[in-house]
Each structure stands twice: as structure tokens, then as C-alpha cells.
Design a protein around this ligand. Structure first.
Ligand code: TYM
Length: 333
């Protein structure tokens, strides 16, 4: 039965508190898809140590992330929710795939260039070969689609290249997955620097899912717009990036189109618009925050979820790994 459904997989690094970009670009869409697909969602903890982490914080955030996945509507009975480091096949296939990934390809990765500029004192090998591990995360489960925000498209593309290369040498082994990028919310920008994507490293322009409503409203009130005065709420990403970003967020949380939003705020200034966006976001996040808090109070339940998830994931992942080990010529244990 299970195998008749198409397979979806994605993950998020518990390297910072989850934010509105993670929600709109990724998790929200996962919940909408989980009825029709066989779904695997994981906490990409192995990836986080490419940058130094505080161990206790990493553990805490991993658990909060599991609770948030469930609070966002991922039902553990119908989705496989697990922690990457609990399934050893990720690291094992990651090693094999490193040997089928080219130095030149890895050198072109935008995330590597950005992160090595940001952490110039720690440009470690893991940061460089990260896309091979991500390819392993994906290919182990033979998914049809990988739902991610626009910034991860390049990594899914290199995963396809690695899979094609491997299949070319050893015959059909991996299914070639497609990135699945949402229409609204694929690239949420920082509220105070609309030229850069929203990320935890710039907290003033970033809305965290667990943040207090008054802090969220304050951040939206301070969001950067421009000095237009006549019907300023217009969708023009090139000339009005701050406004376009707020419109994108509003469209994503209310389901309204850009023309509808322009009409709704015609004749009004930025003050009213920014408050409306802030309030819509607060109302969207409120039930998620409350449910996450409720779930975090029951650690026993979260444990049963991630243990069962790891078991299911392990079963599928092992199968792919054994096939790969056989194909490359490792002696069966
Ligand atoms: P990560 O942890 O940086 O981000 C997790 C998800 O959130 C999306 N995202 C955004 N979407 C819209 N606007 C933003 N400002 C924004 N910021 C983040 C990302 O596109 C992503 O979908 N390498 C991955 C984690 C990973 C993974 C995988 C994903 C590891 N293995 C296998 C898919 C499949 C990462 O660093 O995402």
C-alpha cells in the first residue's frame, strides 16, 4: 500500500530557533502535502555541526523542532518524523556519495561560499562536503519530491547530479528527485534588510515561531518599506523590495492574491498595512506556539514519536544502503 503513494522528504537544521522563513518556505507546505504522500521529515542535526554548536542548546532545539513539526500539523501516525543522527545510514551513504561528488561542483555551492565567509575561522571539510550528506539524506528514501525553500534548490540539483552519476556507473539505483518550491513564501526576506533572506543570524529582521506576539508586532512595525506616499502598497519587487516581501508574507498567511492586497490597502499608508501583516502573522503562529508548548511538557510522548520514526526510517534507509554497498563492491557482512 505504502509504496503506491509518491514519497516526500525534507529536513531542517536545528541550528537556530525556527522562524517564519522555515515555516512559510517549508513546514507549512509539508503539512498540506502529508495526506497524499508517504512523508519523511527529519531534524538535520548531523548538518548543524559544520558550524560550532553549544551542545545543550542543540539538544533543546532538536526537541523543540520535533514538537513544532507536530504542532504545525504533521501527524506522527501518518508522517515519519525522526532525528537524522538516529539513523546511521545517513552518515554511511554520505561517505559513499562524497566519493561521487566532484571538488569543482562543491566549490560552486552558494551556501558554502556564504558560510565560509561568515565563519572564516572554521572552514572545515564537513562544511564543504555538506551537499553529499544532504544527497544521502534524500536518496536513501527514494523520494519523488523534496519540498524546500528557494535557497535549497541548488542542493537538490547537485543531489540529482550525484544520483545520475552513480546510476550511470552502476545502473538504476536511485530515483531522481525533484525540488518542490512553494509559490508564496519560497524566499522570505529579512524585515529590516529586504535584500537578504530572513535568517536567525539577523534576529531583528527575523520572526521566530515561538516569539511573543508583542515582539512580532514590533518587528513588523519597524519593517523597512520606502518613502512612497500615494497608494504605496503595490507589488513591485524590483523597486519596492521591502513592501513586496511584506505582501508575500501577507499573501502566504491569508491566501490573498497581490491584486486583492493592493485593493485592500488602496488609499492607506504603510502604518495600517504593516500592522495588518503583523497581526495576521501573530494569529497564524499563535496556535502553533501554544501547541508546541503543550507538547514540550510531555517529553515521554515526543520520545515515542522520534523513536518510532527512527525505526521506520531505518528500515527504508537500510534497504537503499545495502543495495549501494553491494553495487560498489563491498563484501556482504
Ligand atoms: P535550513 O535548515 O537552512 O532551512 C530549512 C528549510 O527552510 C527553508 N528556508 C526558507 N524558506 C523561505 N524563506 C527563508 N528565508 C528561508 N530560510 C530557510 C529552506 O529552504 C529549507 O527548506 N540543507 C538544508 C537542510 C537539509 C535538507 C536535507 C533539506 C539537510 N538535508 C535533505 C531537504 C532534504 C538546510 O540547511 O535548510
Amino acid at each position: 500500500m505504502e509504496n503506491e503513494k509518491k514519497v516526500l522528504l525534507s529536513g531542517i537544521q536545528p541550528s537556530g530557533d525556527l522562524h517564519l522563513g522555515n515555516y512559510l518556505g517549508a513546514i507549512r507546505n509539508w503539512a498540506q502535502l502529508s495526506d497524499q504522500f508517504d512523508c519523511y521529515w527529519f531534524m538535520a542535526d548531523l548538518h548543524t555541526i559544520t558550524v560550532r554548536q553549544v551542545p545543550a542548546e542543540l539538544r533543546r532545539r532538536t526537541l523543540v523542532q520535533i514538537a513544532t513539526y507536530i504542532a504545525c500539523g504533521l501527524d506522527p501516525d501518518r508522517n515519519t518524523i525522526f532525528v537524522q543522527s538516529h539513523v546511521p545510514a545517513h552518515a554511511q551513504l554520505g561517505w559513499v556519495l562524497q566519493c561521487y561528488t566532484m571538488f569543482g561542483e562543491l566549490s560552486r555551492m552558494t551556501q558554502f561560499k556564504d558560510k565560509s565567509a561568515k565563519h572564516a575561522d572554521n572552514i572545515n571539510a564537513g562544511l564543504f562536503t555538506y551537499p553529499s550528506l544532504m544527497a544521502a539524506d534524500i536518496l536513501l528514501y527514494q523520494p519523488d519530491f523534496v519540498p524546500v525553500g528557494a535557497d535549497q534548490k541548488q542542493h537538490v540539483e547537485i543531489c540529482r547530479d550525484i544520483a545520475n552519476r552513480f546510476n550511470g556507473v552502476y545502473g538504476e539505483t536511485f530515483k531522481i528527485p525533484e525540488p518542490y518550491i512553494p509559490k508564496a513564501g519560497a524566499r522570505v526576506m529579512s524585515l529590516n534588510q529586504p535584500g537578504t533572506k530572513m535568517s536567525k543570524s539577523m534576529p531583528e529582521g527575523c520572526v521566530f515561531l515561538m516569539e511573543k506576539p508583542e515582539d512580532i508586532l514590533r518587528k513588523f512595525k519597524r519593517a523597512v518599506t520606502d518613502s512612497d506616499t500615494v497608494d504605496p502598497v503595490r507589488y513591485d519587487p524590483e523597486n519596492k523590495p521591502g513592501v513586496a516581501n511584506l505582501m508575500q508574507i501577507y499573501a502566504a498567511v491569508t491566501g490573498r492574491s497581490y491584486p486583492q492586497i493592493e485593493e485592500e490597502f488602496s488609499g492607506q499608508g504603510y502604518g495600517a498595512f504593516k500592522s495588518a501583516v503583523g497581526e495576521a502573522v501573530v494569529e497564524t503562529l499563535r496556535p502553533i506556539r501554544e501547541e508546541t508548548e503543550r507538547l514540550l511538557a510531555d517529553k515521554g510522548y515526543l520520545e515515542t514519536v522520534y523513536r518510532a520514526g527512527a525505526q521506520r526510517a531505518e528500515h527504508i534507509a537500510r534497504r537503499t544502503l545495502s543495495k549501494v554497498y553491494r553495487k560498489v563492491g563491498f563484501l556482504a557482512p
